[in-house]
Design a protein around this ligand. Sequence first.
Ligand code: NAP
Length: 508
Amino acid sequence: MSELPQEILDVAIIGSGFAGLGMAIKLRQEGRRSFVVLEKEAALGGTWLVNHYPGCACDVQSHLYSFSFEQNPDWSRTFSPQSEIRDYLEHCADKYDVRRAIRFGCEVTRARFDEAAACWELTAADGQQLRARVLVSGMGGLSRPSIPDFPGLSEFRGYRFHSQQWDHEYPLEGKRVAVIGTGASAIQLVPRVAEKVAHLDLYQRTPPWVLSKPDFRVAPFWRRLFRQMPWTQRLFRTAIYWHLEGRAFAFTRFPAVMKLIQPMARRFIARQIRDPALRAKLTPDYTLGCKRVLMANDYYPTLDREHVDVHSGGVKGFTATGVIGADGLERPADAVILATGFAATEPLPPGAIIGRDGVDIVEAWKDTGPEAYLGCTVAGFPNLFILAGPNTGLGHSSMVFMIESQIAYVMDALRRMDQDNLASVDLKPAVQAEYNRRLQRRMQRTVWETGGCRSWYMDAGGKNVALWPNFTWQFRLRTRRFRLNDYDWRPHPRASASGAVATHGAQA
Ligand code: NAP
């Protein structure tokens, strides 16, 4: 292990997806030079780099699902494919000159707050170490694949991979393939896999509500217009924003409205699935919106094909040669694709983030589940800012909007720390508790709580630790200013010795 470096950087950012990259760009734009982005992969892009399964695309309109300061007139479709989003992020890194701040292949395995030096000590998998005053996590909540502990899985001798670890080298042609899961990833990849394989068995535990996807090619006329008159694109983006924002009424305040959309969703199934028994299997019994509402035009037609079978009730286990369904029957499989989602309620492994007094963030969250203030700061973890943290996810709009709101908050915090010569800011436990008490009270009225389903938004205790139960503009307003009153803080030793912050006093 290398020695601790003497230099203390201003900011270390983990991850180079929308969050980490957006943070780096804002630091660069403000003329800050002392920062680094630590990226475990060999390239940037975060979720849009590592998820590249066939059919991978965004289910939020690209003209909104992009940075507000870098609107792209050239999106090829209303919902762009993964490769285009990854290219867009590459473009942003170059245009805003942050690529040189990224250390690729640098996986941070441990971050520990050093109380005496008021900085974070980071250790990478290869033993490299660095220190930074402020740590920004851009790791996202959906980066750790969830692989259920299916009985016999390790004995399965066929090929298997998770949707996030797609092996494009594996030839699917002519194979008998099992796909497990029917979430957002599965409905995108199933049609592409079905095109190739001899037989596909889809293991569904809970059917999703699926609506049609208004996915169109963006005609050259519009692209030209957006390029030549950028205000037209801003107008379009604003229109999409408010169109989607309107849905928050139904998700978070009046879930009964969701039931009015269900007949339309049922008709969508009926139009595309001929067999009444299959229709019944695919029709959810919970309120639309309780789980993520999915959009696809080719999912149901694929399930209606002769060589595709849907098996309800999930999976009982595996044998060396196949999958045992809930009906107890074993069906042979050459390959198994686990589209089983992510460990969203356990976003960090134990030992990864150690705060004040040596407390592991996993331990701090043991009783409450992941919780933070504005999804960003956690009491006992000074100078740590989490982007896309607990309760910032959305069921109805673009995460990039939430991320940009938090980035503005972090920038304001940095300015405040500089201005007042603060060595550390640590969220007051009472602020965190009160914020989360109100948030969870607000949550009770949402469709996620009342809709009668079990989703990945909930932790083991049934608490929704993933979603923001309100309008996104309310989040934007709340993150506009960093309020020092919400924090305990310590002045920089030099500043305090010189009396520069005497009027504030140390509250650590
Ligand atoms: P997911 O929505 O969590 O779906 C996982 C699927 O695996 C579900 O159908 C789940 O069934 C099933 N499953 C999990 N454990 C199982 C078990 N033990 N036995 C049987 N089935 C099991 O995961 P995802 O599809 O990867 O999507 C996760 C999130 O990523 C999405 O909600 C979305 O936020 C994001 N995403 C976004 C896009 C996009 O276009 N923007 C695309 C893909 C993903 P149950 O429903 O019964 O739990």
